[in-house]
Design a protein around this ligand. Sequence first.
Ligand SMILES: [Zn+2]
Length: 192
Amino acid sequence: MSKFTSDYVITMKDIVREGDPILRQIVDEISLPPSEEDREELASMMQFLKNSQDPAASKKYGLRAGVGLSANQIGLNKRMFVVYFTDEKGNLHEYALINPKIISTSTAMVYLPQSEGCLSVDREISGYVPRYERIKLKAFDPKGNELNLRFKGFPAVVIQHEMDHLNGIMFYDRINRENPFKLPENVDIRSI
Ligand SMILES: [Zn+2]
């Protein structure tokens, strides 16, 4: 068993920061059905996100608020991540996803006007990160059930940010190098 059992409290000291090679690696698929260890790790990752958004817990443990966390951000070479947030319509998105695959994307794109943030990046980065406006995703839940999910707008941005982590990509890799506020040309892209 790894140390990340379901009752282990993940804090910022467990979060791998940029510069660590595991954030630049295409991480390995998980064999199905998921193991007890995989499930426990996902449970502790999810609890971290909930703690990070809870004023009392985040103060107690000194956490930065996060909406998503990939397994390699706590040093695990596994294709899985968790997301936890409420979208602009008030819908809660709580997913622990295993071996996720983007199976289709829209041509239209979106970006967050304030750029993106990352628990593994301790500096302010400005610039636009183009993301697909809609994605379809296939993944497995912690019990090993196949899921077919669709995301649009902000939820789609969060999922693509976490998918990128599993492929060794940081959000700032997608910002235009010469002009961070330059958007891709000939693309239908808008701010959300
Ligand atoms: Zn990140």
